[in-house]
Design a protein around this ligand. Structure first.
Ligand code: ZN
Length: 511
C-alpha cells in the first residue's frame, strides 16, 4: 500500500489509508465482474448462460452494496473532514470517491431496478424493430428511455436542457453540450465539404481485391503488430468474440477481435484499436489501482488512445514501410494484384456509406455529429421522438450525401439509444480530436518518430511519451485540462482537420 503515499508529502491520515483500502476492495470486485463478462462473451458454453446469469446477479449485487455502503460513505466523509492534511494527489482521490459514491447512492434503488428492466425490454424491442425495419415499434421505448434520462438527471438537480449535460458527464467528465456543440460546428464547417470532395474523387480504393486471407495467418500477423506497438501480452490476452471489445484492467487486459477471410483489414485495424485502449489501461499507475489516480479520465481520452494507434500510427506510410514486406510474405497471392500504392490506398479507403461502425475515419466524424445534433434536439424538446427518422434522413442527405433506403441503415442502426446511452456518441468524435492534437504534440516532441516506425514497426518513444503525458496522470486532470496541459492548446478540431486534410487530400487529389 506504500505506493499510495509515494508522492512525497507523507501524511499519517488513517481515514485516507482506510478509504484507499476500501476503494481497492470495491474495484477488485468490479474487475472480477469484468472478467466474468469477458468470459461470457468468449468462452461460455451456451447451456451455462442461465447459471452465469445467477452468478452475475449475486456478484453485481455485492458490488453495488459495497460501492454504496455506509462504511464507504463514512470513510469519505472522515477523509473530507481532514482535507487540509491531504496532498494534491490525495485530494483527487477523495474528490472522485465522493463523486462516484454520490452517483451510486443518489439514484433510488427502485429507479435503478426500473431502468434495468427497461434496458432489457428496449434492447429486444430495438433488435426486433431493426430486423423488421420498423421504427414505430421501437419509438415508445425510445421515449421511455428519454423520460428515464430526465428522471435520473433530476436526482442530481439537472433538469430541462441540463439533463443532456448530465448524460454527457457520465461519459466525459468536464464536458457539456454547449462546449461540444461549438467544437462540432467548427469541425463540420471544415469537414463536410472536404469529405464530400474526397468521396466524389475519381480516385477509388479497391478493398474488394483483398479476399481469401486465411484466418490463422491474419491472427499471427495482428498479434505480431499489436505486440510491436507495445501491448503487453504478459498482462493481457487477445481472443475472439462476436463484437470486438477491450475489457478488464491494466493488470489483466482482455482484447477481442473477429475475423473474416475477405475483410482482413477490419480485424487488423480493429485489433490495433482495441490494443490502443488496452495500452492506456496498462499505462495507468498500477500502484494506484482502485483510486482515481489509477483510472482513465473519460471515454473521449480513452478513444483518443485507440484512434491514435489505429489511425495516425497504423494507417501511416511510415508504419507500412516496415510492415508491408511482412504482410506480403504472409499473403503473397492475395496481395499480388495490388502494388504498394494500391495497398496503401486500400488501407486508407474512404467510402460514402450509411453504417457508422463500418465507416472510415473521414466519414466517421460526420456520423457522430449527426447523432449529437439529434440527441441534443430531443433533450431540448425541439425534436419529438416520432419525428426522429425524418430528421435523421435529412441530415444523412445534407452531411453524408446519402439517400437512405430504410431505417435499419438509418436511425435503427446503433444499439446505444436502446440502452438509454445518450451523450455517449460525442466521445468517439472527441477522441478523434484529442488523438489528432496529441499526435501533433508528440511529433513536435519526437522528431524521429517516422524513422522509428519505419525501422521497428512500433513506436517505443511514442508509447513512453503517452505514458508520461497521459496514462501516468490517471484522473488528475479532466479532459479539457489534460489537452491544454499536454498540447499547450485548447481542445479543438483544428488538429483533426489538419491531419485528415494532410493524409487524405494528397491520396484522393483533393485540396
Ligand atoms: Zn474504441
Amino acid at each position: 500500500m506504500t505506493q499510495h503515499f509515494a508522492s512525497g508529502q507523507m501524511t499519517s491520515s488513517q481515514p485516507y489509508f482506510d478509504l484507499v483500502t476500501e476503494l481497492e476492495r470495491v474495484s477488485l470486485l468490479k474487475s472480477s465482474l469484468m472478467i466474468m463478462g469477458w468470459d461470457e462473451q468468449v468462452n461460455l458454453p451456451t447451456g451455462s448462460a442461465a447459471f452465469r446469469g445467477r452468478q452475475n446477479s449475486v456478484l453485481a449485487d455485492l458490488h453495488h452494496r459495497e460501492s454504496t455502503s455506509t462504511k464507504l460513505g463514512d470513510l469519505i466523509a472522515a477523509t473530507e473532514a481532514g482535507r487540509d492534511t491531504l496532498n494534491d494527489q490525495q485530494k483527487v482521490v477523495v474528490h472522485h470517491a465522493r463523486r462516484d459514491y454520490d452517483k451510486a447512492t443518489k439514484l433510488p434503488p427502485a429507479l435503478i431496478a426500473e431502468k434495468a428492466s427497461l434496458d432489457s425490454e428496449a434492447y429486444h424491442a430495438w433488435a426486433q424493430a431493426r430486423k423488421d425495419r420498423n421504427y414505430s415499434a421501437f419509438a415508445p421505448f425510445l421515449q421511455r428511455q428519454l423520460d428515464m434520462s430526465f428522471r435520473m438527471a433530476a436526482c442530481f438537480g439537472k433538469t430541462g436542457a441540463a439533463a443532456y449535460d448530465y448524460m454527457i458527464d457520465q461519459s466525459d467528465p468536464g464536458m457539456d453540450a454547449a462546449t461540444i456543440g461549438k467544437l462540432f460546428d467548427e469541425l463540420s464547417a471544415g469537414l463536410v465539404p472536404f469529405a464530400a470532395a474526397v468521396m466524389d474523387s475519381p480516385v477509388k480504393a479497391r478493398r474488394d481485391l483483398l479476399v481469401g486471407f486465411p484466418v490463422d495467418k491474419q491472427e499471427s500477423f495482428l498479434r505480431e503488430v499489436t505486440a510491436a506497438i507495445g501491448f503487453d501480452y504478459n498482462h493481457g490476452r487477445l481472443d475472439r468474440s462476436v463484437h470486438p471489445f477491450c475489457s478488464g484492467t491494466g493488470l489483466d487486459t482482455r482484447l477481442t477481435t473477429r475475423f473474416d477471410d475477405d475483410q482482413p483489414l477490419q480485424s487488423l485495424f480493429g485489433s490495433i484499436h482495441e490494443a490502443g485502449h488496452g495500452m492506456y489501461e496498462q499505462g495507468l499507475p498500477a500502484g494506484h489501482f482502485g483510486t482515481a489516480l489509477g483510472e482513465h479520465i473519460g471515454m473521449g481520452v480513452h478513444e483518443s488512445q485507440s484512434r491514435l494507434w489505429e489511425n495516425q500510427v497504423g494507417r501511416s506510410a511510415a508504419f507500412w514501410k516496415y510492415w508491408e514486406p511482412k504482410y506480403r510474405a504472409l499473403f503473397p497471392e492475395q496481395l499480388a494484384g495490388l502494388d504498394s500504392d494500391a495497398l496503401y490506398l486500400a488501407i486508407n479507403a474512404v467510402q460514402r456509406q450509411p453504417i457508422r461502425v463500418e465507416s472510415d475515419e473521414v466519414m466517421y466524424n460526420l456520423h457522430i455529429m449527426l447523432r449529437f445534433r439529434l440527441e441534443r434536439a430531443m433533450f431540448l424538446g425541439e425534436l419529438a421522438v416520432k419525428d426522429l427518422p425524418g430528421e435523421w434522413n435529412a441530415l444523412a442527405k445534407s452531411m453524408l450525401g446519402l439517400d437512405l433506403k430504410h431505417d435499419a441503415e438509418g436511425v435503427l442502426q446503433d444499439i446505444h439509444w436502446s440502452g438509454g446511452a445518450f451523450g455517449y456518441f460525442p466521445s468517439y468524435c472527441l477522441g478523434n480530436m484529442i488523438g489528432a492534437q496529441l499526435w501533433e504534440a508528440a511529433r513536435r516532441a519526437l522528431p524521429g518518430l517516422d524513422e522509428e516506425l519505419a525501422t521497428t514497426g512500433g513506436a517505443p518513444s511514442l508509447l513512453k511519451w503517452l505514458r508520461q503525458e497521459v496514462h501516468g496522470r490517471g484522473k488528475q486532470l479532466d479532459t479539457p485540462a489534460l489537452v491544454q496541459k499536454v498540447t499547450g492548446e485548447e481542445l479543438s478540431p483544428k488538429a483533426l482537420l489538419r491531419y485528415l486534410k494532410g493524409r487524405y487530400g494528397p491520396l484522393y487529389q483533393v485540396s
